[in-house]
Design a protein around this ligand. Structure first.
Ligand SMILES: Cc1cc2nc3c(=O)[nH]c(=O)nc-3n(C[C@H](O)[C@H](O)[C@H](O)COP(=O)(O)OP(=O)(O)OC[C@H]3O[C@@H](n4cnc5c(N)ncnc54)[C@H](O)[C@@H]3O)c2cc1C
Length: 437
């Protein structure tokens, strides 16, 4: 690796080869750093279902991986031009807007992941599978693998997902997920299950995205590959005490009889599709309060992606924001240089926090607007289509790299002051902050 004045052979360890870890590895490599990725799983399967990738992420990925990577990624996503937001009971279209206003390209998470992994390998970055990180020395910094091996680096990045171990180290305590008050049933299956049913024809003979909104509930449907693959996600408010217990898992099987109880009075076309669904997942929406910091006390272990800014499904920005964070962190490390990692990581968290909060709260706002819209109709008020549209488009114009270059001087000067006094201001005041030792 070539060394520059600001970058004398900086070595970065990335924990986790999810979409966030892969994007981070690409961004770091693009800035000329030595990167190694450690992933605890032996191998990846095609996990999850629909995931949105917005232009804010795609433009970065194109810079790091070229036009071919961009083209491959955009081909994975749904090619429909418009999406429809419909009334729960009869499917009447209440609003229609370009799919690009919503989630960008919605494709299968596993397909995106496979392309991300390949891009990392093509960039010559090593992904060590079956390598679980079990401990940290934040001062060195170093990580310890399950087999006892210790690996040192200049910076350690915890892109280790919603159940992050790195987050425990950064916070100094184990934080617990809390219920968002909502839960999802999710299913992804071959469209052939629905081919014979005339009621499903409208939903299966072409790529399309439809959303049915009801009282405290909504269903999103995504038909991909010209009808070869079909996905629905039913979100509803949790009403039972039992449901508030959080099992933070992407693998918990759902009970289709429970699903049937939630679709009373729903448009018969999507009901027909749900009734023919072979199986589904029960996903209690994992939610965490914003963190007071994303960086360890030594400033050398730093969080990225779901470990520090998980998103609700209605945000449709989890992976895209992880890509943006990757861009910002890589540039901060480059600008600060190897001898100034603290300045880089602390500036990174301050540059990123407000932006990720905006995209997180967009999702909460949309869910609330959808879940209450019909209440007004029942009171005789006509729905203004604008009031139920997704408002993600402004997020897409953002260029995380350009923004970092533009704000670096101002924000890093403030951070330098804080580092001098040792008085690092928290990103967010939480009750949990008070319990940090
Ligand atoms: C199984 C699964 C299914 C998902 N399905 C969807 C979906 O359908 N739609 C959607 O919008 N979002 C989905 N997501 C979330 C989405 O992938 C993320 O929001 C986004 O990609 C950013 O993720 P991340 O890389 O920060 O975290 P993750 O995608 O969770 O990746 C974290 C990685 O770190 C690895 N890891 C964890 N701990 C360690 C350790 N100690 N040592 C080494 N490696 C470790 C994990 O095995 C994992 O590969 C899913 C996530 C998962 C894990």
């Amino acid at each position: 690796m070539e060394s520059t004045a600001n970058n004398p052979h900086m070595k970065v360890v990335v924990i986790g080869a999810g979409l966030g870890g892969c994007a981070c590895a690409l961004a770091l490599k693009n800035q000329g750093f030595e990167v190694v990725v450690y992933e605890k799983l032996r191998q990846f399967k095609r996990l999850g279902d629909s995931l949105g990738l917005g232009e804010n992420a795609l433009k970065l990925l194109r810079r790091w991986g070229g036009q071919q990577l961009y083209d491959t990624l955009t081909k994975i996503g749904n090619q429909a031009e418009l999406m429809q937001i419909r009334r729960w009971q009869d499917g009447k279209i209440l609003a229609q807007q370009p799919l690009m206003d919503m989630a960008g390209y919605i494709g299968h998470r596993g397909d995106y992941h496979e392309v991300f992994l390949q891009a990392v390998r093509d960039a010559g970055i090593e992904i060590l599978m079956n390598h679980e990180i079990v401990a940290f020395d934040e001062d060195e910094p170093s990580v310890t693998l399950a087999d006892g091996q210790e690996v040192t680096a200049d910076v350690v990045i915890g892109a280790d997902g919603i159940k992050s171990r790195a987050r425990e180290l950064v916070l100094g305590f184990k934080d617990h997920p809390r219920s968002s008050g909502y839960s999802c049933f999710r299913a992804y299956f071959p469209g052939s299950h629905l081919k014979e049913d005339p009621l499903c024809k409208d939903l299966t003979d072409h790529n399309c995205v439809n959303i049915w909104i009801g009282d405290d509930t909504h269903v999103v449907q995504n038909t991909l590959r010209g009808g070869e693959e079909f996905n629905w996600i039913l979100t509803r408010k949790i009403s039972h005490e039992k449901d508030l217990e959080i099992t933070e898992s992407w693998f918990q099987e759902g009970d289709m009889n429970e699903v049937f109880k939630c679709i009373g009075g729903l448009d018969e076309r999507i009901v027909a599709a749900i009734k023919k669904t072979p199986n589904c997942l029960d996903w209690k929406i994992c939610y965490r309060d914003p963190l007071p910091t994303w960086v360890s006390k030594s400033h050398k272990v730093v969080l990225l992606g779901d470990s520090c800014h998980p998103h609700l499904p209605t945000s449709a920005q989890g992976a895209s924001q992880a890509a943006e964070s990757s861009a910002v962190l890589a540039i901060c490390l480059k600008l600060a240089g190897r001898d100034n990692v603290a300045l880089a990581t602390r500036t990174y968290e301050k540059l990123r926090f407000a932006r990720t909060r905006q995209s997180q709260t967009n999702g909460e706002d949309l869910r609330d607007r959808w879940h209450s819209a019909l209440k007004s109709v029942n009171e005789g008020i006509e729905i203004d289509p604008e009031s139920i549209k997704m408002r993600n488009r402004p997020l897409y114009a953002f260029d995380a790299e350009a923004d970092t270059m533009q704000r670096w001087n101002t924000v890093s000067s403030q951070v330098a002051e804080e580092l001098k006094t040792g008085n690092i201001s928290p990103l967010f005041e939480t009750r949990a902050t008070a319990t940090v030792a």
